[in-house]
Write a protein that binds this ligand. Sequence first.
Ligand code: HXC
Length: 256
Amino acid sequence: MAKLIELTREGRVALIRLNRPEALNALNSALAEELTEAAQALDTDRGVGAIVITGSERAFAAGADISEMAGKTAEEMVEADFFSTWDRFAALRTPKIAAVNGYALGGGCELMMMCDFAIAGEGAKFGQPEVKLGVIAGMGGTQRMTKLIGRSLSMDLHLTGRLMDAAEALRAGLVARVVPDDQVLPEAMAAAAQVAGYSRPATRLAREAVMRAEELSLGEGVAWERRLFHRLFGTSDQKEGMRAFLEKRKPDFHRD
Ligand code: HXC
């Protein structure tokens, strides 16, 4: 059976490509497991500083797999804790960049939002069209989208099921950058290489601190950030980074 993801490495960057093009990369349970297991292994690999997740030209992912879910009962969904695999993916500490061409719908948009930021092509389309299927988002979409783009626009997308184009997604802050379609992967790989070139503890803790902003009050978040900031003074990369600045040279991080 063809693998549901393809994993390649370029230096300290890992690239994961979703590989169900015939189903527009619909996210079935097997794909979720394969992707999460691969990403969990990368997360503990000190040689990996960033992960890029991408799909095909036509679709990043057109949602959770409707054919897998269609016949399920509520009892089966509860028993399997359906979609809980994605919590393990979202909890990974390595910076993850989504490189998005084509459709990022439903679970596809939710997977994109589990990544730390997204770079999209001009032709990309985003949405949470679950309402058209008689359900709602189930991989965190109502929560992450609302935190990313605000209640009003999130409600619009979840209640009408309409799609958003790349220009609107950029304005809304759903994606960080929009580039010509054929530049999406090169741009994402270059951004990932930049991240992966810095101190590994610094990028992981920067990511953790920013993510905490979604959970904590301002005071708690600032205190959390300060403790992580202090912690970094125990790394050789902090010494090297600051020494290199003072000596007017490029730092040579050991990424400890
Ligand atoms: C299963 C899917 C799929 C999906 C596409 N396909 N999306 N299969 N699950 N989410 C399959 C189609 O059945 C078709 O298979 C093939 O991919 C190509 O899709 P087409 O529809 O023929 O392509 P096109 O006409 O270009 O339309 C593209 C599209 C449309 C607009 C993206 O496919 C679409 O609306 N897909 C569903 C989008 C959606 O509703 N996503 C949310 C899912 S629910 P065949 O075999 O016919 O070639 C979700 C969260 C659920 O994500 C949470 C609730 C618990």
